[in-house]
Design a protein around this ligand. Sequence first.
Ligand SMILES: [Zn+2]
Length: 202
Amino acid sequence: MQGKLELMLGPMRSNKTAELLRRADMRRQYAGQYVMVLKPSDDTKGGPGVVESRNPRGHGKMHALEFKSNDPWEILQAISDKELEIGKRVECIAIDEGQFVDELFPLTRRLLDENHDVLVAGLDLDFRAIPFGEMLNLAWFVNAYGGSITECIAYCSCGNRALYSQRLIEGEPAPYDSPIKMPGDSYEPRCAEHFVLPGRPH
Ligand SMILES: [Zn+2]
């Protein structure tokens, strides 16, 4: 038996985390499943051990286990410890901010092959509008193992659908060559017309 993958992709403010938590909650409430919610420790949205949606009307905070984004394999030990503790299988693993997780592709395969359903939410593109981490590669598992891909929709302030996450540094569009991770930046969803990327090579 292998698990299935539910992939939730989109730009900033597309309610990805809220959707992940909603699905985790439904599995707990209606399917009686044990769902472990995990997040890489690079995430800065919530406090330690808490996955928090930015949408104030979405589902509230939920306890999450933090793991190091550059060493996600510690998840496997945490799962077997939890299974010993609760005396049953962990049916579902939910990972938020998947774009930050190193080796996300082989990790997902391992979890699916060990018969966990896997939920992954994260950004599809980075601020340069190119694929972020291994999120888009995970689509392969949906074809191969079954499951679903959900494109979470965000809107530009002009009313059009936003495909991109506009990065701002002190309120100004961030240049193409600014570092991927940087304190003090902010993001807003923008459509193609309003997405600005100074210094982009193409
Ligand atoms: Zn726009």
